[in-house]
Each structure stands twice: as C-alpha cells, then as structure tokens.
Design a protein around this ligand. Sequence first.
Ligand SMILES: NC(=O)c1ccc[n+]([C@@H]2O[C@H](COP(=O)([O-])OP(=O)(O)OC[C@H]3O[C@@H](n4cnc5c(N)ncnc54)[C@H](OP(=O)(O)O)[C@@H]3O)[C@@H](O)[C@H]2O)c1
Length: 284
Amino acid sequence: MQRVLVAGATGYLGGFVVKEIANRGYWVRALVRSASREEKIHDSADEIFEGEVTKPESLAGVCDGMDVVFSSIGITRQKDGLTFRDVDYRGNKNLLEEALRAGSGKFVYVSVFNGPALRHLDIVDAHEAFVDELAKSGMEFSVLRPTGYFSDMGELVKMATGGRVWLIGPGTNHVNPIHGSDLAVTCVDAIEGSTTEIDVGGPETMAWNDAARLAFTVLDRPVRITHVPVWLVWSVVRVVRVFNRHQGELLAFFTTMSTTDVVAPTFGRRRLVDHFADCREESR
Ligand SMILES: NC(=O)c1ccc[n+]([C@@H]2O[C@H](COP(=O)([O-])OP(=O)(O)OC[C@H]3O[C@@H](n4cnc5c(N)ncnc54)[C@H](OP(=O)(O)O)[C@@H]3O)[C@@H](O)[C@H]2O)c1
C-alpha cells in the first residue's frame, strides 16, 4: 500500500485531498500545525503529525516512510505576519528537504494557474520559486496549476447577501473555477500519473458578471453590481503596498485574476450554482 503525506490537510483543498486519497485505499499521514484544526480530517487520515513548515525542527521525521508527499500549503488569507516567501516558498522547501532526506519517491505540489507568466506578483513568485526547487531536486514531481476555487467564489454570495456585489473592472473576463473535491481528484491522479505540469479548471466557464448574477439568482434578490474602475484599484494597490506589502500583493493578485481570462482545461462535474446554494444554506 502506498503511503502519502498530505501537508495543508486542514485547508480547503487539502481536506478534500485527504478524503480522496483515503477513498482510493492509500495510507494517509496528515501534517497539521494545530491539533485543534484536525477534526475536519480526523475520520479519513490514518495518522496526524503535528508540525509547522516554517519551523524545520518541528518537521523532523514527517516524511519518514512516505512514498509520496503532497502539499497545498500556502498563505491565502492567514494573518500570521508571515510572507508568501516565508510559507509558500521556504516552508515548502523545508518540507522538500525532509522528503529528500527520507527518500520519498514523489512530491506533488499546488501552484497557481498561469504561474510562470505571473512571477511579478509576490504570491505567484513564491509558488513558482518552490516549483524551481522541485525541478532541480531530482525527485519525481508533479505541479498542478488550478484556476480559482469555489471557496473563493463564495465571496460573491457573501456580498450579494449584503445587497451589492463589487467587481474589479468591467466583469467581462472569464474564469472556470473548480470545486475542491473535483480538484482533489486531479491531485490524486497526479500522484498516480507521470505528468509533471497540470493546468486545471472547472467544467463551467463564465464571465465575472455572470457569476455575480448567479449569486443574486440563487438568493432570489435583485441584481446590484458595482464595477470598480481597474485604474482606481491599481492606485489603491500602489498605496497599500507601501504600508502593508502583503495586503497590497494580495490585492494585486485578485485584481490580476479578475481582469484577465483565467480559463484552464476543464475537469470535474461540480456546478457553481450548487455551491452557491450550499453557501446560502450555510449562512441561514
Ligand atoms: N483559493 C484559490 O482560488 C486558489 C487558486 C489557485 C491556487 N491556490 C493555491 O492552492 C493552495 C491551497 O489553497 P486553499 O484554498 O486550500 O488554502 P487554505 O484553505 O488557506 O489552506 C492552506 C493550508 O496551508 C496551511 N498553512 C497556511 N499558512 C501556514 C503556515 N504559516 N504554516 C503552516 N501551514 C500553513 C494551512 O494551515 P492552517 O489550517 O493551520 O491555517 C492550511 O492547511 C494555496 O497554496 C493557494 O495559493 C488557491
């Protein structure tokens, strides 16, 4: 039986990956930084290892006996005072060093769609700098580059619940977001396959305006969308970057993703309308 370490197991994608791996009959060790966050994966993981990728000493032995290491560790909205470089690059590099020391056979990593072309953004550069480390490590690896996750699209439902959706720019760019459980299938396929670079998005491609209208439709509310001019958002990014580089870079990332087409080869079956309906029920 293959043994897989899942790092990022307490996150949105990692939780689905732990379940998918367990369903396929693998033995799973989940890396968590706090025992209090483990209940989400408790039933699917065979073993929990407490450690933090930014503290290499806490990782000693985490990859021992593991055939494959999967990582979806990355800062998204965490406010720990750490940078993308600290976590997405250095943290994952610490894990890679453990995997190399332990003789694991393969490392599967989640970066961002269009990563190589977006390295001027801190978050993307941190991911892709780690991909560079993987490529030169000599270990077999696979990197997935997904579009947006349904978890992020849920923000549209939150805004629509408040009566108005704010979109960056004209809302005419397209995206094909993906549900975590569909993406988890491609992640585990990557563990089993030999493709090194995988671009992936969900089954439906839509303009941001259509996604926002869908949120109002699901809530049965009148459509109210405000488009914030792109030049204005970039001016805000420039100011925020001076005072808080991390938040400025996060806004730069969302602005770029909202004002360019983010459409990857399609995979999966989960539809955004059903996710929005789930968000509506959860908020009741
Ligand atoms: N969201 C999107 O639309 C999108 C699109 C493309 C790619 N991605 C990338 O996909 C990856 C996974 O995304 P996600 O939505 O599943 O993220 P998430 O829900 O925020 O989960 C991130 C995971 O990383 C861990 N982590 C964060 N900071 C850490 C730190 N300082 N030390 C140790 N662990 C830390 C979290 O642990 P805790 O639970 O303890 O916080 C969690 O397990 C990220 O790298 C993200 O950049 C996201």
